[in-house]
Design a protein around this ligand. Structure first.
Ligand code: ME8
Length: 654
């Protein structure tokens, strides 16, 4: 029988000096899925890489006084290093500056032009460089980017256009007929209602105002729009449009493109339209995962908000970090990252539940039976339930993994770990050892625990690249038949006269207080390092600001306000409508922060309000004042709040 294929991809990352734990999240999840499918016998193609063209990269490189290629060459090495550290088992790493990719993109562009899907006209509108995204005037929210809320630039240039509008109905139909296409399901409704049904406009797909991109072969003044370039990576990596497209024939269509929620639109609308135009099958699934946030805000490179995965891995090991990311956050939803939560998970789930189970089992076999179980056995009344729990765990883990519900899969696995610990407590080996006649019961009990640990280790394999091997070693399990995924479904595969060998704890317990302090210091040191590097790279000095007098400043009246209600504004991607209590009055204040804060998170917050601001109309309603927030100009926004929670609303800020 022909081996089943599985093609899975991560987004290709914009090369950045420091990829943070948020980027690692997506890649770790994709890697876990790739490992799982390999274990299930699939022929897997796992693709990742870097998205190296575009205005954003050109500007960063310019700021550092180097060419874009010199800049990307340097940082791509760091990205590859990070994937190594996280044990990312990719099969191919694509760089959009690779020759074969450039050729394929040029081929695609030309073909679409020749067949009339791309035409030349003039683009006049707005461009958000951080998102590398075009917007029309009416798509802007308060004159800013509807996706990230940052400033946009006016663009007027000759441009090629892709007939995106032509494919709108086919895309809607595809989504409606294939509910699995875009997951989680809510993202599908969002795409249909917010983008597809209101109508797609043709997309500008070339630029002339800068040069860092793939030249349009037949019109060299133009470079290919970076998203057309980037999305094509999923097929150029397989040799599509080249002399040898055997990998493309073998693996396309992709089984799943794993992407962050903010780029779902590109993957579920623009990419399918491109594929339809090329007459190629669509990927089977786009999975839009949520963000890893810190205190409600998306992580960004800006200082204070980035968590360096290298620091975390060095301190706790890659398996603990991977476990935390996959367990703590339901894939598809946003989840908070905190050092405290991480250490608590390590202590409770890894050191206590799993680590202890292994060490006490091996310890008991060593001390009660000198390391080797005897053959004589006698069953206990608890055996059947443990065996049944193990069977159920395997099928539940499989069920969850098929839906990429990593956290659910780990919850099921931990049910088995906890059930096994409970079995030890029920059978009480330390009591059994006291009577010679109980030795067969004792041997049986310890065998059951060891067998359960074998099954647990097999199920751990997709998530943790190191721990299963450490456990196998302690139980003298050779990798092969006894560690194959299918053998997790067969109870009793361990040899009856199992022998063991104690090793050091797989997950030592952590002193949380001491550790949190050290960790903060390590992260700060790493951030200081990053800043020093940036400085060394000759970033442009900040521009001097115009000075104002204290009288100017005093014209602004700032007050503490308490948000007592908050809701999303239906037609806006950015706005929240807040009811803010300021002393005795309650004001309606709109705020463009819904990308960073949910209405639920807003309620109860004591915020800083610009109180004497002239009321202004927003989305047809008046807004009375402004809620202040810090914006790093890149990817992060954080509300200003008062330090002491008991400061009453209405208090003056001066
Ligand atoms: O978007 N939590 O690249 P990128 C979770 N080049 N995921 C996060 C995250 C966080 N805090 N921060 C970033 C691009 N990501 C394009 C992709 S694909 C053809 C082109 C995720 O480097 C983000 O959601 O800005 C995205 O999926 C990925 O990192 C790459 O982001």
């Amino acid at each position: 029988m022909e081996q089943k294929k599985f093609y899975i991809t991560t987004p290709i990352y914009y090369p950045s000096d420091k990829l943070h734990i948020g980027h690692s999240y997506c890649t770790v999840a994709t890697d876990t899925m790739a490992r799982y499918k390999r274990l299930r016998g699939y022929d897997v193609m796992f693709l990742t890489g870097t998205d190296e063209h575009g205005q954003k990269i050109e500007r960063i490189a310019k700021g550092q006084g180097v060419t874009p290629k010199a800049y990307t060459d340097k940082v791509v090495e760091g990205i590859k290093e990070l994937w190594k550290t996280l044990h990312i088992s990719y099969d191919k790493f694509i760089r959009t500056t690779d020759d074969y990719h450039i050729k394929t993109v040029q081929y695609i562009f030309k073909r679409l032009y020749d067949q009339g899907d791309i035409y030349k006209s003039t683009y006049e509108g707005w461009y958000c460089t951080p998102c590398e995204s075009f917007f029309t005037q009416h798509q802007l929210v308060d004159g800013k980017c509807p996706d990230c809320g940052r400033e946009v630039e006016k663009v007027k240039e000759e441009s090629y256009f892709f007939r995106l509008s032509k494919y709108q109905d086919r895309i809607i139909k595809h989504m409606e007929e294939n509910p699995e296409f875009l997951q989680p399901n809510t993202r599908q409704n969002e795409m249909i209602n917010n983008f597809l049904k209101p109508g797609l406009e043709d997309l500008a797909v070339s630029r002339t105002s800068f040069t860092w991109g793939i030249p349009v072969e037949f019109d060299p003044g133009h470079i290919v729009y970076v998203w057309i370039d980037a999305l094509s990576n999923y097929i150029s990596a397989l040799g599509y449009g080249s002399g040898d497209d055997s990998l493309f024939q073998k693996y396309w269509p992709a089984d799943v493109h794993v992407v962050g929620k903010e780029i779902v639109r590109f993957h579920s609308i623009i990419w399918p339209a491109m594929l339809m135009a090329l007459d190629l099958p669509l990927p089977k699934q786009i999975f839009g995962h949520g963000w890893l946030v810190i205190n409600g805000g998306k992580m960004s490179k800006s200082v204070g908000n980035v968590v360096d995965p290298n620091v975390l891995v060095e301190k706790y090991g890659v398996d603990a970090i991977r476990y935390f990311l996959l367990r703590e956050i339901a894939f598809g939803q946003d989840g908070n990252f905190s050092n405290e939560a991480l250490i608590q998970r390590i202590n409770s789930d890894l050191a206590n539940d799993l680590g202890n189970l292994v060490s006490r089992t091996v310890g008991m076999i060593e001390s009660y039976f000198a390391g080797t179980l005897p053959e004589d056995r006698s069953a206990t009344e608890y055996d059947a339930d443990l065996v049944q729990t193990a069977k159920t765990a395997v099928s539940k883990v499989e069920e969850a993994m098929e839906k990429m519900m990593f956290s659910d899969a780990l919850t099921e696995l931990w049910n088995l770990i906890r059930r096994t610990n409970k079995y030890i407590d029920e059978t009480q080996p330390w009591i059994l050892i006291k009577e010679e006649q109980n030795r067969p019961v004792l041997a049986n009990a310890l065998y059951h625990v060891a067998e359960s640990i074998r099954i647990i280790s097999i199920l751990l394999q997709p998530f943790m690249p190191n721990t299963p091997q450490l456990i196998y070693k302690q139980l003298h399990i050779e990798e092969g038949e006894l560690t194959a995924w299918e053998s997790a479904k067969q109870w009793g595969k361990l040899p009856k006269t199992l022998s063991v060998e104690k090793a050091k704890a797989i997950f030592p317990r952590i002193d949380i207080k001491k550790e949190l302090k050290q960790l903060e210091e390590a992260i700060q040191a790493s951030q200081a390092n990053a800043i020093a590097n940036q400085k060394e790279n000759k970033q442009e000095p900040p521009k001097a600001l115009e000075e104002i007098t204290i009288d100017d400043f005093c014209k602004v009246q700032l007050k503490v306000g308490e948000v007592i209600a908050s809701e999303k504004v239906a037609k806006s991607k950015k706005l929240l409508k807040n009811q803010v209590k300021i002393g005795d009055e309650v004001r309606v204040i709109f705020s463009g922060i819904s990308q960073w804060y949910t209405p639920e998170e807003m309620v109860g917050k004591k915020v800083v309000v610009a109180y004497n601001l002239k009321p202004r109309k927003m989305m047809g309603e008046m807004s009375y004042g402004m809620i202040l927030a810090a914006d790093d100009g890149a990817e992060r926004l954080s509300l200003l709040t008062v330090d002491k929670g008991d400061m009453p609303s209405g208090a003056d800020i001066s």
